[in-house]
Design a protein around this ligand. Sequence first.
Ligand code: DOR
Ligand code: ZN
Length: 348
Amino acid sequence: MTSITIKQPDDWHLHVRDGDALADILKETTRCFARAIIMPNLKPPVTTTELALAYRDRIMAAIPVETLQSTGFTPLMTLYLTDNTDPAEIKKAKQTSAIHAVKYYPAGATTNSDSGVTNIKYTYKVLEQLSEHGMPLLVHGEVTDLDVDVFDREKVFIDKVLSPLVKDFPELRIVFEHITTKYAVDFVKAAPANIGATITPHHLLYNRNAMFKGGIRPHYYCLPILKHEQHRQSLIAAATSGDAKYFLGTDSAPHSIASKESSCGCAGIYNAPVAIELYAYIFEQAGALDKLEGFASIHGANFYQLPVNEKSITLEKSEWQVPEKLPLGNETISPLCAGEKVSWRVTS
Ligand code: DOR
Ligand code: ZN
């Protein structure tokens, strides 16, 4: 197949940051995605309805009017869960129709997660409200205990936190974000329909060797960290299976070149400039291009109880070279596959 047309996709997990860099970052997502779930891990985090609505306004202001008109791009806002989130905030958020989920970062798990949750039990009153109002909880599924090996953090999280959570809140809609292991794939597969999962292009494309090829490669460092090949194979099987529980979430997480190429480099891979193209490549390699539309454009919308997009996009098989660097406000950023050739291109 040399061309594929699918309903316009949505990105169910995206970091766009704030300030000077917003416009550059949004440009990459709005070139093909109709909607995106916007992560709230700003500094300070987006913890209230008021902060989320103000952030939404800044996002809208950073997108050119013509782009908004042609794509109808809609940012779907989220709240950052803390030990102190007021349960009453959920009803307030729900009533806005602009806020679609609450993000649970275990404190210290990743970028800007210091204000995250120290013990999920402290948030149970908020989770009751989420369950009641039918608002999804988005989970960064890693334990943070320093004595747990970094490659095992997702598995230990499933055993110690997620399994009990699902039992305690059987009705709560949960998205297990950016899953990286066979354990997560199997957990989601066996769970009831109110549990879904996003899968990133980088976890589908690379195993942990990518971080060490010929030297240390900071641009492949993200959290959860890339895993063993056997886990990558499991993710590919899940994403391309047609199972509606798995859907597209890029976790595109921009950090400047300076903050990645450092003695303590930030976690995050900036894949928005190549994300849909890489997903197409992965599905093609798996002989499952016919399953791309479900994964990219339908399963997520159904999970979030939103309509599937009406417009379509077309991808063609036509090689192009990803730029080495892109602007990021007054800094520069290295996109995933920088300087490399990519075989699929969005043509309309
Ligand atoms: O690699 C990551 N980067 N993982 C996350 O969970 C957060 C993200 C970021 O915000 O940079
Ligand atoms: Zn993320």
